[in-house]
Design a protein around this ligand. Structure first.
Ligand code: DON
Length: 590
């Protein structure tokens, strides 16, 4: 059996009940020592896996299902579906709605990716991510002494890329939607105009960045010059008017409308960093999804500048390792294999990742069988020798919960998977007067200089260097899986910065390889490694199973995996939706 290695899991869990606290010379001797011990069988703990949670975060329907990170965004999807919309109308409605409902995570001044699969029509990958303004060059972010100015690229008006969310959503909806734009934007406009109660996650985000907000932003997110609090009503009038202008002028509003004029005017005080020509040159890119066969399904994911390709490499490496007899087995063995697959994939990302219009990303090589075999042989040598130590690298990813994902599927298998973002919490923490638009800080996704980590601790090479008009490398990896007959199996994606590809890996691994149910797979403790920092991040529940002493060859850090997964899966005639229990959203459908 292809995955028999993994199926030995339950027996091997027992081994770790009695793990010794002795530092071992090598992995092999460590494993041999532990393979001898016997204990009662157990299962790993679930995180947030209670029935009460499950009742909220999992839903089963048969006709249509949407999973998002806000109940009202999912509700917007249901409303549009009931009005006669298709999955693309639903995606558009939920996208505009979530821009209003999670202004700390995404917004009209952000960017994103979408995979659209309509079994009777085709499959598409859309890149409507931010691009560097014409003025965006690395010299902009260099201090007089030649060192990189990491603050300037991360915060404030120069950390902003030319946004693509509006152009992207409009284009996709125009190509494949059924309803009018007025219809699909109606829920978002209502939420902006009538307001909604601020929830804890939003209130915390406002409080956190309050001191850095410009006065315009404080007017919207404050009451009596203090941060708006949980439970208070947030009305976004200027944003409502921007949305209204979009319904009237459609994409023109985003090229030469009042909105873009207001943005260019705002930037006149800042060196004209974003100018009229940036709006005119912005193009949504429409391309083919990256397709591979993995774990029993055909997988379509987003090609570069997304990190879909590195997710594919990661899955292929683990598959190849499972075929070889020499690798350590058991829970620790499994963790080593997954960690090493993650390490190699993120190493590739740091070397090759970038905008394919500006740099060659060797996608075919990185997913070829010969490459996978070579890399696995290298891992094998290293693991079997047991002689390695973590590279010391103190840069740690900073805490950042934002970005968003929308997964939609109907009973015919029509599906959309879309991740959208303004990058950090409230992006650049600046609002353009009169627009209600929160500026992104996506320039930080470029590599400011080789080896200098960004907000997520990620490093890059020249391939991801800043250039005018270029798209920064992204971790966002919206993905759709289909059966051999073309029927959609699963729609998945996540926010979570550098942890996006590993969150999708963890969930697919538990669901498709370990055969856990979908909710357990989403809520199961995760592991993460991103090459640099050379640290193995484990969810805290794993501490009892993997005390640092049991993984002496890694620098282990326990902490909650940041990414929130939103997924819809088809099992027989059922559509199962799960919104990550770490988040605020719910799946909705019937
Ligand atoms: O595109 C990227 O990789 C980042 N801008 C995504 C940011 C993100 O997911 C933040 N969430 N925690």
């Amino acid at each position: 059996m292809r995955f028999s290695f993994f199926r030995k899991r339950s027996v091997l869990f027992a081994i770790f009940i009695q793990l010794s606290f002795v530092r071992c010379e090598s992995i092999q001797s460590f494993l041999e020592a532990n393979v001898k011990s016997n204990g009662n069988e157990t299962t790993l703990p679930q995180i947030q896996g209670s029935q009460e949670k499950r009742d909220r975060y999992e839903l089963i329907g048969r006709e249509f299902m949407i999973a998002t990170d806000h109940p009202l965004a999912s509700q917007a999807g249901v409303e549009i579906w009931k009005k006669g919309g298709n999955v693309v109308d639903v995606f558009a409605a939920a996208s505009f709605a979530i821009s209003v409902l999670r202004p700390h995570s995404t917004g009209l001044f952000g960017g994103g990716f979408a995979i659209v699969y309509l079994p009777k029509k085709g499959k598409w990958a859309y890149d409507f991510r931010e691009r560097s303004p014409k003025k965006g060059t690395s010299s902009y972010y260099t201090n007089p002494d030649g060192s990189p100015n990491t603050d300037k690229i991360l915060k404030g008006v120069y950390s902003v890329g030319v946004p693509g969310n509006v152009q992207g959503i409009l284009k996709i909806q125009k190509q494949h939607g059924k309803l009018s734009l007025v219809d699909v934007m109606a829920p978002a406009m209502r939420y902006a105009k009538n307001g909604y109660a601020v929830y804890a996650d939003l209130a915390n985000a406002v409080a956190k960045v309050w001191p850095n907000m410009n006065p315009e932003m404080k007017k919207v997110f404050g009451i009596d010059n203090r941060p708006i609090r949980e439970g208070e009503l947030l009305i976004q009038n200027d944003l409502f008017q921007t949305l209204e202008r979009i319904t009237e002028n459609e994409e023109k509003e985003w090229v030469e409308g009042e909105t873009t004029k207001l943005v260019s005017l705002f930037y006149q005080n800042f060196d004209g960093f974003i100018r009229d020509e940036d709006w005119k040159e912005y193009q949504v890119r429409e391309t083919e999804p990256l397709i591979t066969n993995l774990w029993g399904y055909q997988m379509m994911t987003m090609p570069p500048p997304s990190s879909g390709v590195h997710l594919v490499t990661m899955m292929q490496l683990v598959t190849e390792m499972a075929k070889r007899k020499s690798f350590p087995t058991g829970l620790v063995g499994e963790t080593i294999q997954i960690t090493e697959a993650m390490r190699v994939s993120y190493r590739d990302r740091s070397v090759f990742g970038g905008d394919p219009k500006f740099t060659e990303v060797p996608v075919s090589k990185l997913t070829s069988q010969s490459y996978i075999q070579e890399e696995v042989s290298e891992i094998e040598k290293k693991v079997v020798s047991g002689n390695w130590k973590p590279i010391s690298n103190p840069a740690q990813p900073k805490d950042s919960y934002n970005t968003t994902h929308i997964s939609v599927m109907d009973k015919e298998g029509n599906a959309v998977s879309s991740t959208q973002s303004i990058n950090g919490i409230f992006g650049a923490v600046q609002m353009v007067p009169g627009t209600g638009l929160v500026l992104n800080n996506t320039m930080d996704d470029f590599s400011i200089a080789p080896g200098v980590p960004n907000l997520y601790g990620l490093v890059g090479s020249k391939a991801n260097a800043i250039m005018p008009g270029k798209t920064p490398l992204s971790s966002m990896s919206p993905t759709i899986l289909t059966e051999a007959n073309g029927m959609t199996k699963l729609v998945i994606g996540a926010p979570g910065g550098s942890q996006i590809p590993t969150s999708i890996f963890n969930v697919l691994y538990h669901y498709l390889v370990q055969k856990r149910n979908l909710y357990e797979s989403v809520s199961f403790p995760r592991i993460h490694h991103q090459f640099l920092p050379d640290t193995l991040f484990l969810d805290p529940e794993l501490k009892g199973y993997f005390p640092e002493t049991e993984l002496p060859f890694y620098q282990v850090q326990y902490g909650r995996h940041r990414a929130k997964v939103f997924v819809v899966s088809k099992e027989g005639d059922k559509l199962i939706g799960v919104s990550d229990p770490k988040g605020e959203g719910v799946p909705l459908g019937f």
